[in-house]
Design a protein around this ligand. Structure first.
Ligand code: NI
Length: 163
């Protein structure tokens, strides 16, 4: 299964909400497999389809014991607050502190199109929220203050140019 190239910020596909997944077929299954392979290859814990240039509301994750494929995800409940560092495979190795809810419940469809709900806490909750955001065309840096967002994007641009 091929590892696909990861699309970097500020590509338009990352900043645009994905299209709903409607075909739960073999093509979707192989796309999800490629996404897992790409995520593991990059050492990530979650990856959205937009990050490999596919404008669909689909993500995969394998984080803190929560491994799933989520099509058309929605966060239906959040609770509490957690602090911690967050990063994104599309924003290089630049991390930033970001407050997120402590727990989250996602409602989504699995690879066969069956609707499921999954609750997670800690890092896995952060991942659910981060990846669902991707499906809505939102990167984690959008949650930062303008000043910190500037700092992060400048560091990322510098890293990119130094590559
Ligand atoms: Ni990300």
């Amino acid at each position: 299964m091929p590892v696909r190239p990861i699309v970097d910020y500020p590509a338009a596909v990352l900043l645009t909400p994905g299209d709903p997944v409607v075909n739960f077929d073999a093509g979707l299954e192989s796309l999800a497999q490629d996404m897992f392979d790409t995520m593991y290859d990059a050492g990530g814990v979650g990856l959205a389809a937009q990050q490999i240039g596919v404008p669909l509301r689909l993500f995969v994750m394998d984080c803190d014991g929560v491994k799933l494929v989520a099509a058309n995800p929605e966060i239906i409940l959040t609770d509490g607050e957690q602090s911690g560092e967050e990063g994104c495979l599309s924003v290089g190795k630049v991390h930033a502190d970001l407050k997120r809810p402590a727990t989250a419940v996602v409602r989504a469809q699995d690879i066969q199109g069956e609707t499921f709900e999954r609750e997670a806490g800690g890092l896995a909750a952060r991942c659910l929220l981060h990846e669902t955001d991707h499906c809505d065309g939102i990167l984690f840096i959008r949650h930062l203050s303008p000043l910190r967002r500037d700092l992060v994007t400048k560091r990322f641009r510098k890293l990119k140019n130094d590559r």
